[in-house]
Design a protein around this ligand. Structure first.
Ligand SMILES: Cc1cc2nc3c(=O)[nH]c(=O)nc-3n(C[C@H](O)[C@H](O)[C@H](O)COP(=O)(O)OP(=O)(O)OC[C@H]3O[C@@H](n4cnc5c(N)ncnc54)[C@H](O)[C@@H]3O)c2cc1C
Length: 441
């Protein structure tokens, strides 16, 4: 460890209390930290970012509806009043299980109990060009990059209009017909409609195309077929071309290659086709399940290291279900509650209890006045489902200020149709530059 690391970590020296170290301040990690607030233990939370991110609204940042600050909140601010809590911003690189030590880019930290909640990362399934050239939607930087890129495409298309080239700049392909892809495509259609008919009205641009491609034969495969049909109708009504049974094979920043040798010229490919467990989890020398998720006991412990719990998107319980639990926020928060309850039980000498998931239902919005909802036996769609979606997301957002600001933004957008956050941050590249997203150039 270098001198700087040693100096920095003196603030995190171990007390006489047992230490619960939590990796990841997302849905699972944050809930675990708050659930331990009254315990006579030390809670140390680590995240590479100093904020908690509300990922379900990321697509609204990407489509110029919300500002990044409205969907994230500093962790120290959220847990300010919790006396047994400390936070460290660091990248966790590895875990030394036998030594009960977490290795970070700021130095090493020991633990008595470890809760691993580092979530998931975008999964390009090794398809050529997808990791480098596609746009991904997993963190705040991704969302801002997508927003910048979409707005740049419009600016760029105006320059290209003399050369008959603008269509590829105005062809936006979203890949993946799950909730993220559906929400992204619906919101993108509304943004594009706003830009096309408003500020770029007199620029002589061709029709913008928004295409949602899904490999399966229906959208929202995890929901009932009636919800899939409703989503398809709503998206078609917004002008989105939905291509079912179409799998992407490769992308080079200019041209998308599909199965069966079809091609599409598009300067935008937004990848919403899947995630895998966070890199940290995939690198661990422990048993793994599908998508690099870590196999845990029904009690959420690692079999070989019972003081370690894995929760959220990165956990897989082979003994409990044939299919893995969905990578969704309620799974992560409920797992956090079970893992912390089990730590409390262990401290009191009681046996561990298994995790049982209570499914609160599923919601997906397709844009203004349109959503689908499945809650218990209830299935509904349209305006009512959309209102339920708004209320559920507002309640779940962390912090009164964020809730208020998001509510104001939504009300403004609903009344004026305006997408308020249309700034392109960073300098526009020269017209002669290829200007493709990511590391693709
Ligand atoms: C665009 C999008 C939309 C979504 N919409 C919904 C929705 O509508 N409803 C729903 O229920 N779910 C939704 N989800 C899924 C939901 O966000 C996840 O299931 C949930 O966040 C998982 O919680 P978690 O605690 O496992 O991980 P996360 O909430 O992802 O938190 C993981 C944390 O770990 C940190 N981290 C990762 N690796 C390291 C490391 N090596 N070192 C330090 N820190 C690290 C990350 O910075 C992050 O803060 C959506 C996800 C995305 C990406």
């Amino acid at each position: 460890m270098d001198k700087i690391s040693i100096i920095k970590l003196t603030v995190i020296t171990k007390t006489n209390l047992k230490r619960v170290l939590i990796v990841g301040a997302g849905f699972g990690g944050l809930r675990a930290a708050t659930a331990l607030r009254s315990e006579p233990i030390e809670v140390l939370l680590i995240d590479r970012n100093n904020y908690h991110l509300f990922q379900p609204l990321l697509y609204q940042v990407a489509t110029a509806g919300l500002e990044p600050e409205q969907v994230a909140r500093p962790v120290r601010g959220i847990l300010r009043g919790q006396e047994n809590f400390r936070f460290l911003t660091a990248e966790v690189e590895a875990i030394d299980f036998p030594a009960r030590r977490v290795i970070t880019d700021r130095g090493d930290l020991t633990y008595d109990y470890l809760i691993l909640a580092p979530g998931a990362e975008s999964n390009s399934f090794g398809l050529p060009g997808i990791a480098e050239c596609a746009l991904h939607l997993k963190d705040l930087d991704d969302a801002v990059q997508i927003r910048n890129h979409i707005l740049r495409c419009f600016e760029r298309a105006t320059w290209e209009s003399q050369n008959d080239l603008p269509q590829a700049w105005l062809t936006f392909l979203v890949v993946g017909g799950g909730p993220t892809g559906v929400e992204m495509a619906g919101s993108l259609a509304e943004l594009v409609q706003y830009l096309r008919s408003g500020e770029f009205h007199s620029m002589g641009l061709p029709r913008a195309r928004i295409i949602l491609a899904e490999m399966a034969q229906r959208l929202l495969p995890e929901m009932q077929t009636s919800s899939s049909k409703a989503a398809l109708e709503s998206l078609s009504g917004k002008g989105v071309e939905v291509w079912l049974g179409r799998a992407v094979r490769a992308y080079d920043g200019f041209k998308v290659e599909f199965d069966h040798g079809e091609y599409l010229e598009a300067r935008t490919l937004i990848w919403a086709a899947g995630v895998s467990a966070a890199g940290l989890l995939q690198r661990l020398d422990v048993p793994h399940g599908p998508l690099g998720r870590v196999a845990v006991l029904p009690t959420l412990q690692l079999e070989a290291h019972p003081e370690v719990y894995v929760i959220g998107d990165g956990a897989y319980i082979p003994a409990q279900r044939e299919e893995a639990l969905p990578m969704m926020a309620p799974v992560a928060t409920q797992m956090a509650e079970r893992a912390t309850a089990n730590i409390r039980r262990d401290l009191r000498g009681q046996s561990q209890a298994p995790f049982r998931y209570k499914d609160p239902g599923r919601l997906a919005t397709i844009g203004r006045n349109a959503a689908v909802a499945e809650i218990g036996r209830l299935r509904f769609r349209g305006f009512l489902a959309w209102v339920v979606w708004l209320v559920v997301h507002l309640i779940q957002l962390v912090g009164f200020r964020n809730r208020l600001m998001v509510l104001i933004s939504w009300a403004w957008e609903y009344l004026t149709y305006e997408r308020a956050v249309r700034l392109i941050q960073g300098r526009l590249p020269a017209v002669s530059e290829a200007e493709v997203p990511g590391e693709c150039s």
